[in-house]
Design a protein around this ligand. Structure first.
Ligand code: NOJ
Length: 596
């Protein structure tokens, strides 16, 4: 790989004829979160330091060097709070502590300090829409009479029909089945119903009650005082429900369907929710260190989502429209253009994300046969299986193209290894409540949450430490790892220059050095085709081939490529299908490229 010396003055931009006018202008030296790379750790599956089969906070601390090698600015920790884990920790029983399964508050503090030494920030997951039914506040509500202040922390309501036997409205849970559960009064008689947009063990808070707002401001300060750099806010569009809780015939997740546009969903995107985030923004701004809020809000279309990132609200919002783009050049160009235009209009960065703990990993998604379902419901033994080689090639290409986009990047643990989903998990190993609540019709998200492989030739692929010293005593990971994952193990990839890990390291280092995250984007007139996406950021020309045939490569030195295939053969350099390259594109010598 040539050594690149960037010159970012912008005086020597290439001929306007070759490129459309910049769709997005560079930011220069802006706040860190406008161009950040944030790595999501799902603690239960990252690294198990004590050999109980479950990842933990000391495990994250022990492996931080690996994250520093990926040039990440921050780590987002999925929930590690005390929880019965009916929904992977998104059922929080205590917002201000660490589940013993993951360690202690002292372990958390040590992690923040260790990360800080490496220049990595820690962001935690805040789950304000609902808690666990084991939370003290919900237990108090159950024990208190109807109409009490304790009950008004949640959304309790009388049922409809004779004897109140029917739920108060027709809302459905995200995980299947009704969104209401009836409680039993202390004398054994049937009582009121409580709302849960997710599992019945996740009662929704009543955000119209100022006491709920005060409680969460306390939680925010608790973690801000402990040094976190911000919060990823779970279902940030759901906190306020429409007055009167009207029936809704549309999708449970608020996605638009014929006759039911998501903008009408009474449980999502209510205007009053924004006052909460304005208040939170004010709290974060009281603290030093440029701390951030990131909205997890499934809101479409994109211009509506940008309401969450107006200047006095959150800093970032996950771009799910981008995450869900199919393997198709036209769709990808469209979602990139729409995103940059929409977020620029409110002066917020666009985020880019391809995988997380709720969706099939992109190395599997992009390998699925045409027409196979691609959503968040998992792939099972009896489903069409992804083509692993195509999936991996496309995942590497898609990631490389993403790393050159201006804005914030989110990575999901294991994608740097090219990890696929576990697509043949036995049913009895599944933990996602979706599986049980739909009687197996929807498989759920366990396939993307499997413990990571660290060491190829070790039991549990090095995920779980074996402290007993007895070779036969192998810890059992909380979710089974597929056989044959040794090729993905980190130690196998570390020294291999063609590995996915090496690609991520190289490309993310270049992204940082060339300041691509704070850069610009102009679509190429010359190199764009039906199947090829081509854009310029600064002086890096990115070409992504999403078609079935090789395409000619533009001139210019290749900085990094997603494919191990030779491109220099013959007179014309060709970019194979399912591959992406970054080239130096400059009309003068602004870049000095020194071949090794
Ligand atoms: C979104 C989280 O990412 C998901 O894992 C969780 O099940 C739901 N919110 C409910 O908290």
């Amino acid at each position: 790989m040539p050594e690149i010396v960037p010159v970012l003055s912008g005086d020597h931009l290439s001929s306007p004829a070759s490129f459309h006018d910049p769709l997005h202008a560079a930011w220069g030296d802006a706040e860190w979160w406008r161009s950040s790379v944030i790595y999501q750790v799902y603690p239960r599956s990252f690294r198990d330091s004590n050999g109980d089969g479950t990842g933990d906070l000391p495990g994250v601390l022990a492996e931080l060097d690996h994250l520093a090698e990926l040039s990440v600015d921050a780590v987002w920790l999925s929930p590690f709070y005390p929880s019965p884990h009916r929904d992977g920790g998104y059922d929080v029983a205590d917002y201000c502590d660490v589940d013993p399964m993951f360690g202690t508050l002292a372990d958390f503090d040590a992690l923040v300090a260790g990360a800080d030494r490496l220049g990595i920030r820690i962001i935690v997951d805040l789950v304000p829409n609902h808690c666990s039914s084991e939370h003290a506040l919900f237990q108090a509500a159950l024990a208190a009479p109807e109409g009490s202040p304790e009950r008004s922390m949640f959304i309790f309501s009388d049922g409809r029909g004779a004897g109140g036997d029917e739920p108060p409205n027709n809302w459905q849970s995200h995980f299947g089945g009704p969104a209401w559960t009836r409680v039993t009064a202390p004398d054994g008689s049937p009582g009121q119903w409580y709302l849960h947009l997710f599992d019945s063990s996740q009662p929704d808070f009543n955000w119209d009650n100022p006491a709920v707002r005060e409680e969460f401001e306390r939680v925010l300060r608790f973690w801000l005082d402990r040094g976190v750099s911000g919060f990823r806010v779970d279902v940030a569009h759901a906190l306020i429900k429409a007055k009167g809780l009207p029936d809704w015939g549309g999708r449970a997740d608020g996605g638009s369907t014929e006759g039911f546009p998501g903008s009408d969903a009474p449980m999502f995107g209510q205007e009053e929710v924004h006052a909460i985030y304005r208040r939170w923004r004010g709290i974060l701004d009281e603290y030093d260190g440029d701390r951030i809020l990131c909205a997890e809000a499934s809101i479409d279309p994109l211009p509506r989502l940008t309401d969450w990132v107006r200047p006095d609200e959150m800093h970032q919002a996950f771009n799910f429209a981008y995450l869900h783009h199919p393997w198709d050049a036209h769709s990808l160009r469209h979602v990139i253009s729409t995103s940059l235009t929409a977020f620029d209009a409110v002066d917020a960065p666009t985020t880019w994300v391809l995988s997380n703990h709720d969706v099939v990993r992109h190395a599997s998604r992009f390998g699925l046969p045409e027409g196979a379902p691609r959503g968040g419901d998992g792939i099972g033994r009896f489903d069409a299986q992804p083509d692993t080689a195509i999936g991996l090639a496309r995942a590497r290409a898609a990631s490389l193209a993403m790393f050159a986009l201006p804005g914030g990047i989110y990575l999901y643990q294991g994608e740097e290894l090219g990890l696929p989903d576990h697509t043949a998990m036995p049913d009895d190993a599944r933990k996602d409540p979706t599986f049980g609540r739909t009687e197996g019709e929807r498989l759920g998200r366990d396939g993307c949450r499997v413990p990571l492989p660290w060491l190829a030739d070790t039991p549990t692929f090095g995920f779980a430490a074996n402290h007993s010293g007895a070779p036969h005593e192998t810890p059992t990971p909380w979710l089974p790892q597929p056989e044959g994952w040794s090729g993905y193990a980190r130690d196998r990839q570390t020294e291999d220059p063609s590995s996915t890990l090496s690609l991520y390291r190289t490309a993310l280092q270049l992204r940082r050095d060339l300041r691509l995250g704070a850069g610009s984007l102009s679509w190429s007139r010359e190199y764009e085709t039906t199947d090829a996406v081509a854009f310029l950021n600064g002086e890096v020309l990115v070409v992504l081939n999403m078609g079935e045939f090789a395409i000619p490569l533009p001139p210019g030195a290749i900085i990094v490529s997603s494919t191990p295939e030779e491109m220099e053969a013959g007179e014309t350099r060709m970019l194979p299908p399912n591959a992406c390259v970054w080239l130096i594109h400059s009309t003068d010598s602004a870049f000095v490229a020194t071949p090794e």
